[in-house]
Design a protein around this ligand. Structure first.
Ligand SMILES: Cc1cc2nc3c(=O)[nH]c(=O)nc-3n(C[C@H](O)[C@H](O)[C@H](O)COP(=O)(O)OP(=O)(O)OC[C@H]3O[C@@H](n4cnc5c(N)ncnc54)[C@H](O)[C@@H]3O)c2cc1C
Length: 359
C-alpha cells in the first residue's frame, strides 16, 4: 500500500499534467539564462562553484551565465577577476560589495539573490550542494516563491533533472514545471571541470550590483560569531584526488593519527565515518556520507569502515575503492574494487613502513 502511494507520488512528479500555463512556461524556459551563486576564499572561486558553472553550461548551448559574488574588500575583487576567467561559458560577473556580505550569512545573501533576480529575470539559479548553497538557496527560493530541486547529479534537459533518493539507493527523474526561476543545487562531484586550455580562456565582464535599495533590515537575525578551522596542508576533503577514511574500529583519537599519517604520505585528505566523528576521534567536518560530505575521488581508502548505506551515500561514486576490514562479510566489500580482510592495526603500520616518504 505504502509502496503504491510512493510510486504514485513520484509518477505525479515526473509526468506533470500539461496545462496551458505550464506549456506557456516551458516555452519561456527555452530561452535560458542562469545565475550561479559562487563562494570564494582567499581571492579565488571555490572549486564546487566552478562545477556549478559547468552544470549551468550543460543546461543549454545558448545559456547566458552570470556569476554572483558577494563580500567586501580586495579579496572580493580578486575573486571577481578569477570568476571572469574560471570557465569559458561565463558571460558576466556580478559583484555585491558591502560589509553586509563580509561573511556568507544566509539572510542577506537570500535577499541579494531576490534583488538580482528581480533585475535579471533569470530562468535558472544554481548553487553547489555544499553548506554554502544548502544554506542560501532554500531561503532565496522561499522569497521568490518557487520550489528548489536539490542535489542534482545529471541535467537531461533545461527542466529535466536526475537526483538521488533513499540515500543514493535510487535515482529520481524530476521535471520542473513551475514558474521561473528554476532553482537548483548540484553535486559538484557529478559536474567535474575539465582543465581549461589557454586558447579557450576568456574574460567575462565584471559589474557591480546596485545595492542602494538593499535596506538595513536585509541583515537578518543571525550574526557571525567566529570561524574555527584546522591549520593543515592536506587537500580539501571535497576536492581531493585521494581520500583515506577511518571508522569506529580505530577506537581512539590517538589511534586515528595512523590514518592522518597515511594520508600525509599519500598527499590525501582525511575522511571519517559518523561513528568515528560521534566518538570524538576527529571533528565533524571530516564526516563522509549522507549527513556529511559527498566525495568522489580517484582513490578512496576505507579502514575499519562497515559500509553502512548512509556512509556509502557519500563515497560510492569514487573511481577506485579500497577497503580493509577484518570482517569478510562487511558491506563495504560490496562496493570495493580492492578488498583486504585483515586487522587495520597490522595493515596500516605495514603500509606506513613500506611506503616511501612523500617528496
Ligand atoms: C540519519 C542517519 C544519517 C547518517 N549519516 C551518516 C554519514 O553521513 N556518514 C556515516 O559514515 N554514517 C552515517 N550514519 C551512521 C551509519 O548508519 C553507521 O552507523 C556508521 O557509518 C558506522 O560507522 P563505522 O563503519 O565506522 O562503524 P561500525 O558500523 O561500528 O563498523 C566498524 C567496522 O570496522 C570493522 N573492524 C573492527 N575492528 C577492526 C580492525 N581492527 N581492523 C579492521 N576492521 C575492523 C568491523 O568489522 C566493522 O565492519 C547515519 C545514520 C543515520 C541514521
Amino acid at each position: 500500500m505504502a509502496t503504491r502511494a510512493i510510486h504514485r507520488a513520484f509518477a505525479k512528479r515526473t509526468v506533470p499534467f500539461l496545462t496551458s500555463q505550464s506549456l506557456f512556461l516551458s516555452s519561456i524556459s527555452r530561452s535560458v539564462s542562469t545565475l550561479v551563486l559562487a563562494e570564494h576564499e582567499g581571492g579565488s572561486i571555490k572549486a564546487p562553484s566552478v562545477s556549478a558553472v559547468a552544470a549551468a553550461s550543460s543546461l543549454s548551448k545558448d545559456n547566458s551565465i552570470s556569476v554572483l559574488l558577494a563580500g567586501s574588500g580586495p579579496s572580493l575583487q580578486e575573486a571577481a577577476a578569477h570568476a571572469a576567467s574560471c570557465h569559458p561559458s561565463v558571460s558576466q560577473v556580478l559583484v555585491a560589495d558591502s560589509d553586509k556580505f563580509s561573511h556568507p550569512l544566509a539572510e542577506p545573501w537570500a535577499k541579494l539573490v531576490h534583488l538580482v533576480q528581480q533585475k535579471g529575470g533569470y530562468s535558472h539559479i544554481i548553487a553547489p550542494s555544499g553548506s554554502f548553497g544548502k544554506n542560501i538557496l532554500p531561503r532565496a527560493a522561499a522569497l521568490l516563491d518557487v520550489s528548489p530541486i536539490t542535489d542534482i547529479i545529471e541535467i537531461s534537459e533545461s527542466n529535466l533533472f536526475v537526483r538521488p533518493i533513499y540515500a543514493g539507493n535510487a535515482l529520481c527523474t524530476v521535471r520542473y514545471a513551475g514558474a521561473n526561476p528554476c532553482m537548483l543545487t548540484i553535486r559538484s562531484t557529478s559536474f567535474p571541470v575539465p582543465p581549461i586550455s589557454a586558447d579557450s580562456k576568456s574574460e567575462a565582464s565584471i559589474s557591480q550590483v546596485d545595492l542602494s535599495t538593499f535596506g538595513e533590515d536585509a541583515v537578518g537575525k543571525s550574526r557571525y560569531v567566529k570561524l574555527t578551522s584546522q591549520e593543515t596542508e592536506r587537500p580539501d576533503l571535497g576536492n581531493a584526488r585521494v581520500v583515506v577514511t577511518g571508522g569506529r574500529a580505530l577506537k581512539s583519537a590517538e589511534n586515528f593519527k595512523m590514518i592522518e599519517k597515511l594520508a600525509e604520505k599519500l598527499g590525501a585528505a582525511v575522511g571519517a565515518t559518523r561513528a568515528a566523528v560521534d566518538a570524538g576521534f576527529v571533528p565533524n567536518d571530516l564526516q563522509v556520507g549522507q549527513t556529511g560530505k559527498i566525495v568522489a575521488p580517484e582513490l578512496y581508502m576505507a579502514f575499519g569502515v562497515s559500509g553502512a548505506i548512509q556512509h556509502l551515500a557519500g563515497m560510492r561514486d569514487s573511481k577506485v575503492i579500497v577497503a580493509v576490514n577484518k570482517d569478510a562479510d562487511a558491506p563495504i566489500f560490496q562496493v570495493a574494487d580492492y578488498g583486504l580482510v585483515g586487522d587495520l592495526f597490522e595493515v596500516i603500520p605495514e603500509l606506513l613502513e613500506k611506503m616511501p616518504e612523500k617528496k
